[in-house]
Design a protein around this ligand. Structure first.
Ligand SMILES: Nc1ncnc2c1ncn2[C@@H]1O[C@H](COP(=O)(O)OP(=O)(O)OP(=O)(O)O)[C@@H](O)[C@H]1O
Ligand SMILES: [Mg+2]
Length: 222
């Protein structure tokens, strides 16, 4: 079980001269979920990108399960991310040329699992998200809700300690949105993962353990 979840310390970032994160600090413990809320442009996605090691912040640091997210080469950051972090965005962004199963298996392989095991893990997680019947379909031939569930499967197949989700239910109707959130919260409950989910949806926020509210690059509540 991961011990420490997500810790962000004094994270500071600007795009050009425009400050976007102003010494943001927060902790989300393992086995817990937090909704990240706040007006458009306040820095939520930027915070997620920094937590994932995609963006290197100007100052401050991020720890996942007690380990500092590397600030070095893109390769070292990608390796860290692939093994420890699961990312889900509003529009799943699956690879169009690959089947759902291949999309998920690829993520497992990138996380360090051998191909045969990756395929096995992909099938298992696709059953879990209710997609075994369409596992051989390409993303363009399934519904939006199915594609988003496949994106969740892809994000969790390597059992990440931290799941970062940016409006994962934003493009879905309420039934599909509920199903996607169910999956993410199950991961937290069963595996002790940490979930930070950006949302504008009060229904999503209510189901998380707590909410963190940002405004103009700062945490103002939570
Ligand atoms: N790549 C970029 N280059 C320059 N400015 C950027 C870039 N990405 C974001 N910004 C700016 O940084 C600020 C924060 O953006 P961010 O995407 O983190 O906001 P957000 O809270 O996720 O908003 P939304 O709810 O609309 O998704 C905004 O003013 C935005 O215009
Ligand atoms: Mg955003």
């Amino acid at each position: 079980m991961p011990a420490n979840g997500l810790t962000v310390v004094d994270l500071t970032h600007a795009y050009g001269t425009e400050p976007v994160l102003r010494r943001v600090s927060l902790t989300v413990g393992s086995g817990t979920s937090a909704a990240l809320m706040g007006p458009s442009g306040c820095g939520k996605t930027t915070l997620l990108l920094a937590a994932a090691g995609i963006l290197v912040p100007e100052a401050g640091r991020v720890l996942v399960a007690g380990e500092t997210v590397p600030a070095g080469s893109a390769d070292s950051r990608a390796a860290f991310r692939r093994s420890r972090v699961g990312l889900v965005f509003q529009f799943g962004e699956l690879i169009a040329e690959l089947t759902l199963e291949q999309n998920v298996a690829l993520a497992a392989e990138l996380g360090g699992v051998r191909r045969r095991q990756a395929l096995h893990d992909a099938r298992e997680v696709l059953v879990r998200v209710g997609l075994s019947a369409v596992r051989g379909h390409k993303p363009g031939t399934v519904s939006g809700g199915q594609a988003q569930r496949a994106a969740i499967a892809r994000a969790i197949v390597h059992r990440p300690e931290l799941v970062l989700a940016d409006e994962p239910t934003g493009a879905l109707d309420s039934a599909n949105g509920d199903a996607v959130l169910d999956l993410l919260l199950e991961l937290v409950a069963e595996r002790g993962a940490t979930l930070l989910v950006v949302t504008h949806d009060e229904r999503v926020a209510r189901r998380c353990d707590r909410r963190i509210v940002m405004s103009d690059g700062r945490i103002v509540d939570g």
